[in-house]
Design a protein around this ligand. Sequence first.
Ligand SMILES: Nc1ncnc2c1ncn2[C@@H]1O[C@H](COP(=O)(O)OP(=O)(O)OP(=O)(O)O)[C@@H](O)[C@H]1O
Length: 308
Amino acid sequence: MSNVIIEVNQLTKKFKSTLAVRQADFKIYKGEIFGLIGQNGAGKSTLLKMIGGLVYPSTGKIHLFNSEMNANHPYYERMGLLIENAGLYPQYSAYDNLKFVAMSYGLKDHLKHINELLELVGLSRTNKTKVKNYSMGMKQRLGIAIALMGSPDVLILDEPINGLDPQGISDIRNLILDLNSKGITIIISSHILEELSKVATKYAIIHKGEIIEIHSKEELLLKCEDRIEVEVSDVKMATPILEEHLNIGNYKVMNDHTVCIYDSHIENYRIVNALVENGISVHSIMKHKQSLEQYFLERTESVVTAHG
Ligand SMILES: Nc1ncnc2c1ncn2[C@@H]1O[C@H](COP(=O)(O)OP(=O)(O)OP(=O)(O)O)[C@@H](O)[C@H]1O
């Protein structure tokens, strides 16, 4: 049996003249914590809304549990969503909020699970405290409890740590790991890679509507180690040599004298030899370990690649 829970093929969403998501293609496997990372406006929410059935794709397909999705598909019941705000009733307690959701979704059977859910998200001691007096973190945890109401197999969380204080972030992170250990596949978006890195097992970088890279955690960490910074006399003369003599396409010009090469297989001496033999002075060459955040920012700025 396939472990693929969600598969999107050539998924595109256009809002009038805005291409919010362009030809997204990926699979999410059972048990993963799939991190979607992108700057503001990159298309994260739109992509998650399409997967969650809240926005209809312009073109492309979504398969959930090996079935092609269409509007009103019953498989949507196997997904819990926290996208934008959870639509809480501020004048009521967490318990009452969950009760209202259970009633309005016709999930009467789930009423008996409310206390378990409150326990799970760490809100069991809030008793009659009104939601309007909750911290942002508590509201987010209640939003997650609501998303968990129908005992979903997949949980979609859009920027769940946005605006939270360090304690709130840590609580949500622990909750995500706990839920995942109970078998729930999680899709989570953020614009902070460093934060996502504390939970995600897979990373998709979305930039201007396009999924530009997908990596496992191990691949991403490896990528961050593989940056060679070369300081030369003239960077404009150096880059054609890197391309033509060493077939290096994945680099970024940092300034007039510095170029960063993102290629793990090339030895330093080959770079130095090629440059020097072609009349370029090499002032320094150094392998750098990059922070995840730097890596993400550089990927989503103007990284020069072989194909432009
Ligand atoms: N309903 C809509 N109508 C028109 N344009 C939209 C709509 N929803 C999103 N967009 C546009 O699509 C693009 C992607 O937006 P989206 O909200 O998916 O990005 P995001 O990565 O979630 O950003 P943010 O973190 O700021 O929410 C943006 O240019 C946005 O203005």
